[in-house]
Design a protein around this ligand. Structure first.
Ligand code: AMP
Ligand code: GLY
Length: 428
């Protein structure tokens, strides 16, 4: 019974984002039981985890039925693009996240760019190709620096920022002739290289109603000063002051509202998260891409800022109902610092024992990403991004102090963290 105050919830996924969602669900008075699939070491400490892959749609539907689940919250994008929400709705289980049709916004960059063009949403100039010759011809008239993207999902690796013409032509050939990205690279987008600072804006929508969350900024590079290889995200903070109220208003008017209208006009009943990746260019905010789920690690700073119970908000969104208002957003700043395994995002070791502090500190949380309980029940590392420590406070400086103080109390062999999360704002 999805209207009762005793919901059974299944959270799908295994990262820090999903652990943060599990923690939030456990704190909700509306919830009686939470389970996760497949979960991780941190989730296993607080809820029952079932070894069903986040990409096993049939298995997840069967699990939800067997465990009398009332509501499913889907963390990652892959199950959304595979139609998990459609499959759950077919057996009358509401699920948070867009159906397969809406998930194309992230699942296909060509679809997303064409959507922007159709609905006059500001974005980098582009063209899309599935044949190598016309793509190379386009590069003749649109020389490097230029950006080449595989259209399909590529776990964050499908964007090539080509600084030279040689890099650009090589990228096109390796993707379109040599199949470097397999099916994900059957089509590519070639687009203008935008200059500016990046920010993310998350929106929770039920289709007709929408809640715009505070803007955030993440740190994708492994090294301090935003240098080195790209990662899934080494830390994040919110609100990001670089997105002023004026810019936020422009984003709402020129990007978010046309998106919600455009989805309707295209016949897509979109319910779930819209995560807008935005470049703040000298010509105004422009869309880089949409993700169709919460960011990781952005979730770990956005959820602490939502003072209202998140569960009824997500449930209403999933059911296409007006979001329950008022929704209270804390007048505070939040930061998350990711603790990674040395070597990440390249090869790294797994299985190192993790030592956590005994007692939690106020206004902070530890979320697990790449952890597991080994066969002896000990908590060990099991991924590149191992843990995240988040904190909120009246100011970003205090939030940073709280997060870093907690990070210092956590120990595992090869622990690596960036010491400069939030540096742009802290310096300003
Ligand atoms: P995407 O997956 O499209 O968000 O791209 C991943 C990252 O590549 C973005 O967060 C940006 O840092 C960078 N990027 C993508 N497209 C562009 C662009 N057109 N101009 C400049 N940077 C870009
Ligand atoms: N933090 C980037 C992402 O979730 O895609």
């Amino acid at each position: 019974m999805t209207t009762a105050n005793s919901l059974n919830i299944l959270v799908v996924g295994s990262g820090g984002r999903e652990h943060a969602i599990v923690q939030t669900c456990l704190a909700s008075p509306r919830v009686s039981k939470v389970i996760a699939a497949p979960g991780n070491g941190g989730m296993a400490g607080v809820v029952t985890c079932f070894p069903v892959s986040a990409e096993d749609v049939t298995g997840l539907v069967a699990l939800a039925q067997k465990e009398t689940i009332d509501f499913v919250i889907v963390g990652p994008e892959v199950p959304l693009t595979l139609g998990l929400v459609d499959a759950l709705e077919a057996v009358n289980i509401p699920a948070y996240g867009p159906r397969k049709a809406g998930a194309q916004l992230e699942g296909s960059k060509v679809f997303c760019k064409d959507f922007f063009a159709r609905h006059h949403i500001p974005t980098a100039a582009y063209a899309s190709f599935s044949e190598v010759e016309p793509a190379l011809a386009y590069l003749e008239t649109h020389p490097a620096p230029i950006v080449i993207k595989v259209s399909g999902l590529a776990a964050g690796k499908g964007v090539i920022m080509a600084e030279t013409q040689t890099e650009a032509t090589q990228a096109v050939k390796s993707i379109l002739s040599e199949g470097a990205f397999g099916e994900s690279g059957a089509e590519i987008v070639i687009e203008e290289w935008l200059q500016g600072e990046e920010a993310s804006i998350h929106v929770i929508t039920s289709g007709n109603d929408a809640l715009i969350l505070p803007p955030s900024q993440d740190h994708k590079r492994i090294g301090e000063g935003d240098t080195g290889l790209n990662t899934g995200g080494m830390g994040a903070y919110a609100p990001a002051a670089v997105v002023t109220e004026e810019i936020m208003e422009q984003v709402r008017r020129e990007i978010i509202e046309p998106t919600l209208k455009g989805l309707k006009a295209d016949g897509i009943d979109y319910r779930g998260t819209l995560y807008a990746g935005i470049m703040l260019t000298p010509q105004g905010p422009k869309m880089l891409e949409y993700n169709v789920r919460f960011g990781d690690p952005e979730t770990q700073v956005l959820l602490p800022l939502i003072e209202s119970d998140l569960v009824p908000i997500l449930l209403a969104a999933a059911q296409g109902k007006p979001l329950p208002r008022p929704i209270k957003i804390r007048d505070a700043s939040a930061m998350v610092v990711v603790l990674a395994a040395d070597g990440y995002p390249q090869a790294y070791d797994k299985g190192a024992p993790i030592h956590l502090p005994e007692a939690g500190a106020p206004f902070t949380k530890i979320v697990h990403a790449g952890t597991e309980l080994n066969k002896d029940g000990a908590l060990v590392t099991n991924g590149g991004r191992v843990l995240g420590v988040s904190a909120y406070a009246d100011s970003l400086r205090e939030a940073a102090d709280r997060a870093y103080a907690l990070a210092a109390q956590i120990d595992f062999e090869g622990k690596y963290l960036r010491r400069d999360i939030g540096h742009r704002q802290l310096r300003r």
